[in-house]
Design a protein around this ligand. Structure first.
Ligand code: AMP
Length: 187
């Protein structure tokens, strides 16, 4: 099973993807995690990515597409994968499609977490990660609106998009996610 999980910053993707991974036993492909760890290791990719991440900007497509391509080479990804925070631009979505189509393993479903903006800011400020300052948060929202929101239409046209109401407790949200994937589980 190949799932994409997208949502604005602070929507609860991290919490929900942890549950999904455990429940479905899928390998995790989080570009945020990969890029953060490259940054900590001070690799060439990590240092380049840090310049964008620290400002709340998206890392350029070629860099992100390359790290995803590398991760997809690992044998564990052959049985499926949860793409977490990727794709975030139309260019990334098209690259992913090309890759998956040539492998004969298209995406099964795209989940998008919907949470209203005031609630998102409240959650982000409570989390206090390095890139969670107010100005950076604002920029990450803008990037989401400008670059990532257009993806929703792209996937809606293919009838694989499932919007999930991200309000309420983590249990409530996860219940909705499971319901949106119920038909895939039995396959
Ligand atoms: P995340 O942990 O998913 O919120 O990602 C943290 C930061 O990593 C983002 O604000 C971006 O700077 C960068 N990043 C993660 N995934 C992507 C992506 N698919 N495309 C571009 N930049 C990304």
């Amino acid at each position: 099973m190949r799932l994409v999980f997208i949502g604005p910053p602070g929507a609860g993707k991290g919490t929900q993807s942890a549950r999904l991974l455990q429940d479905f036993g899928l390998p995790h492909l989080s570009t945020g995690d990969i890029l953060r760890s490259a940054k900590e290791d001070r690799t060439e990719v990590g240092l380049l990515a840090a310049e964008y991440m620290d400002q709340g900007l998206l890392v350029p497509d070629p860099v992100v597409v390359a790290v995803v391509g590398e991760r997809l080479e690992s044998p564990d990804c052959s049985r499926g994968c949860l793409f977490d925070g990727f794709p975030r631009t139309l260019g990334q979505a098209r690259s992913l499609d090309e890759h998956l189509q040539s492998a004969g393993t298209p995406l099964d479903r795209v989940l998008v977490l919907d949470v209203d903006r005031d609630e998102l800011v409240r959650r982000l400020l409570a989390r206090g990660r390095g890139d969670d300052e107010l100005e950076t948060i604002r920029r990450r929202f803008d990037q989401y609106q400008e670059q990532t929101a257009p993806l929703l239409e792209y996937y809606r046209e293919r009838s694989i998009l499932r919007p999930i109401d991200g309000g309420g407790t983590p249990d409530e949200v996860y219940g909705r996610i499971r319901a949106a994937l119920e038909d895939l589980r039995v396959r």
